[in-house]
Design a protein around this ligand. Structure first.
Ligand code: SF4
Length: 477
């Protein structure tokens, strides 16, 4: 009997990681092709989602949305012929169950004022209640996305203009959302009051841009203006940028610390923090906490690269490449099971013998989630002749699921829930294992105080109440 093949992205092999769910981009510029600029923008945000991509463009009179499953270059191997000066775009990673074409964003509908399209990064924690309220009134849903709930709420909200309607909707939304909205008149952006997910404002020569990360500004030669504030609502039209704060206030902020550890591109700047420098500092903090002596420092590429460099700089131990990553993995079909998982890791990583054989190694990675690949990687290094392997992780143990737009495993699948550090070390076959402390991590991110960040996947202290704490996360955006 044939075993079922599972279609996966290269991230399947990285299933020992958390996964970002989405990236968003928006532009208002009379002197550009919004479609083309949005394509470049979402291409630079590809790391935030690889399962689907979409672009909406308006020329002020008509609006069209183009979207599909796959990488940005797969969905847009040819750019559609649509002129317009307002555009929004989206890239999405999803949990397997919701990876269906109807869930691809942006979501375009027609409301009383005409066409409107919306794209969302994050995850609402009260989707079920909001959805049930619509269903009770006889509404139906075309998708399983919380994004559709926001669209429906916007259509029904009272208010003299879109900003007032957004404000009313924000009163009722709970959880994480960085949203871009396209109408025939303007581009809008709004961010939840905790500021879980990033959103920045930039400027072209003749227009304005909003996007998840500054790298998307760089991709179209736009200039960074500022971060969009938690709770801020922005309208961009021919008269410029208009800002207001939402009515709802919250007792603290909750910027996701994993953006700094892993999700964001290292060449992005977030809340004034150079992500590369933060990761470098995480490596230096790891050295402060471990003081290991070894022959070489190496990383699990690419996720541990910058922290490994930081460890090497602080310790004076030489940094070498110990594992070479095959750049051409792309998408592949992998059978489930440990043997096939090992094969997949070997397809992706291969030891460089001269840097590994006979060496006492400090191996740096950014996180261990399920613990499925760390042991395989350590096995590869052992077979290549490593004398000792000391694994250092540039984040604390992940013990709680995320409810704010990150795909984590169910709590029972998290290795740090089921095992002590000593047991994990033994299970993965390392000589020692050290996780960066929460304080060390907070010190590495100098631009934000710890109390303004979410550390909940390490300590369970969620910035707001979550529906199923300790159980499975249901992430859609
Ligand atoms: S729970 Fe973890 S992944 Fe989710 S927002 Fe908080 S820090 Fe980020």
């Amino acid at each position: 009997m044939k075993r079922k093949m599972k279609r996966v992205s290269q991230d399947f092999i990285d299933d020992d990681k958390l996964h970002e769910e989405c990236g968003v981009f928006g532009i208002f510029d009379r002197n550009c092709s919004a479609l083309e600029e949005t394509f470049y923008g979402i291409f630079s945000l590809q790391h935030r989602g690889q399962e689907s991509a979409g672009i909406t463009v308006s020329d002020g009179h008509t609006m069209e949305t183009f979207r599909g499953m796959g990488l940005v270059t797969e969905v847009f191997h040819e750019l559609p012929d649509k002129e317009g000066h307002i555009g929004i775009g989206h890239v999405r990673y999803s949990t397997t169950g919701s990876s269906i074409s109807c869930n691809v964003q942006p979501l375009q509908v027609v409301d009383a004022d005409g066409p409107v399209a919306l794209a969302h990064n994050g995850n609402l924690v009260n989707t079920k209640d909001l959805r049930d309220a619509f269903l009770a009134k006889g509404s139906t849903f075309q998708t399983t996305m919380d994004t559709e709930v926001i669209v429906k709420m916007l259509a029904q909200a009272q208010g003299r203009n879109m900003e007032e309607r957004i404000n009313e909707v924000m009163d009722k939304l709970r959880g994480a959302y960085s949203v871009v909205v396209c109408t025939n008149e303007a581009l809008y952006a709004f961010r939840d009051p905790f500021g879980y997910r990033p959103l920045v404002l930039g400027q072209t020569e003749t227009g304005f841009v909003v996007c998840s990360e500054t790298v998307a500004l760089d991709s179209i030669d736009a200039t960074f203006i500022r971060d969009i504030k938690p709770g801020e609502i922005i309208r961009i039209d021919d008269t410029g940028v208009h800002s207001m704060m939402c009515r709802r206030t919250v007792p603290r902020l909750g910027m996701c610390v994993f953006e700094y550890i892993y999700f964001a591109r290292p060449d992005s700047i977030m809340n004034g923090q150079d992500i590369y420098k933060a990761r470098l500092q995480m490596g230096k903090e790891l050295w402060r906490e471990t003081n290991f002596n070894a022959d070489v420092v190496m990383s699990v590429p690419d996720s541990g690269n910058v922290a490994a460099l930081g460890y090497a700089q602080a310790s004076g131990i030489p940094y070498v490449e110990g594992l070479l990553k095959n750049k051409y993995m792309g998408r592949t079909f992998i059978k489930p099971g440990q043997k096939k998982r090992e094969q997949a890791v070997r397809m992706k990583l291969n030891p460089i013998l001269s840097n590994v054989k006979g060496k006492k190694i400090i191996l740096i990675d950014d996180s261990i989630v399920r613990g499925t690949t760390s042991g395989i990687i350590i096995g590869l290094l052992r077979r290549a002749g490593a004398k000792e392997i000391h694994l250092c992780i540039s984040s604390p143990p992940v013990k709680y699921p995320c409810f704010f737009g990150i795909d984590t495993a169910a709590r029972k699948q998290l290795i740090a829930v089921r095992h002590s550090e000593k047991e994990i070390c033994k299970l993965i076959g390392a000589d020692s294992l050290h996780y960066l402390s929460q304080d060390g991590l907070a010190r590495a991110i100098s631009s934000l105080p710890k109390e303004n960040m979410c550390f909940a996947c390490f300590d369970g202290d969620y910035p707001e109440s979550v529906p199923l704490a300790g159980n499975e996360s249901v992430s859609e955006g």
